[in-house]
Design a protein around this ligand. Structure first.
Ligand SMILES: Cc1ncc(COP(=O)(O)OP(=O)(O)O)c(N)n1
Ligand SMILES: Cc1ncsc1CCOP(=O)(O)O
Ligand SMILES: [Mg+2]
Length: 210
């Protein structure tokens, strides 16, 4: 698969069993996702490693990112590690990862984005932008501060949280390099069609705005 742009990241929700997620991932990859993040907070490192090995049969290894478990990311030689608030610092992750593996970081404010940039991460996730069932009871952040981050910091930013095909344009208009999605694909009745709908919306916005 070519490195399609704008990027479409699928993040696992922790709500699927492995075989169900593998079916979703295969369909979503056929539908146009560019990256898959294994974000399975309650699973062991061994389980996450097994998921990564199985996913590498479905999509290129360098399209798979591991949330938080930098050890598993290094051991699987996948695309890289995505760091959460509770993860080890990026500088420490860099000592463990192999050359070429990337580091991403979740941020929720300009201050967090600046701190992540100073740690030389490769990309940011900013969210949650819109109301999300994955973040119940927490007010969404909207796109205003997001626009300030993308304007002032020289790093790719991926928007996350409540993103649907009909609002991807607002995320790209705020300067994002792409979007990240959980429920919009993992809970859709047809994962391929769902991924295609995001891919088409992203490509259409780019076509009409560049
Ligand atoms: C200050 C602060 N920010 C964010 C979080 C949540 O952790 P995060 O890295 O955003 O991971 P996700 O749950 O969003 O995947 C926090 N606990 N505190
Ligand atoms: C992990 C994460 N970080 C910010 S919002 C979010 C969840 C987004 O889920 P959904 O795409 O279902 O709104
Ligand atoms: Mg977060």
């Amino acid at each position: 698969m070519d490195n399609r742009y704008p990027e479409l990241h699928l993040v696992t929700s922790g709500r699927q069993e492995r075989d169900s997620l593998l079916r979703i991932a295969e369909a979503a990859y056929a539908g146009g996702i560019t990256y898959l993040h294994i974000r399975e907070k309650q699973r062991t490192a061994r389980e996450i490693m097994e998921w990564a090995v199985a996913l590498a049969e479905i999509m290129p290894r360098d399209r798979i990112f591991i949330n938080d478990r930098v050890d598993v990311a290094a051991a699987t030689s996948c695309g890289g590690a995505h760091l959460a608030y509770h993860s080890i610092p990026a500088a420490a992750a860099r000592t463990v990862l192999k050359p070429g593996q990337k580091i991403g970081c979740s941020v929720h404010s300009m201050a967090e984005a600046q701190a992540a940039l100073s740690q030389k991460v490769d990309y940011l996730f900013y969210g949650h932008i819109f109301a999300s069932g994955s973040k119940p009871g927490v007010a969404p952040r909207g796109t205003e501060e997001l626009s300030e981050i993308t304007c002032s910091l020289d790093i790719p930013v991926i928007g996350i949280g409540g993103i649907k095909p009909d609002n991807v344009g607002r995320v790209l208009a705020a300067g994002c390099a792409g979007v990240a999605v959980l429920s919009g694909i993992t809970e859709a009745p047809d994962s391929k069609r769902a991924a295609q709908a995001y891919r088409e919306a992203l490509d259409r916005w780019r076509e009409e705005n560049t």
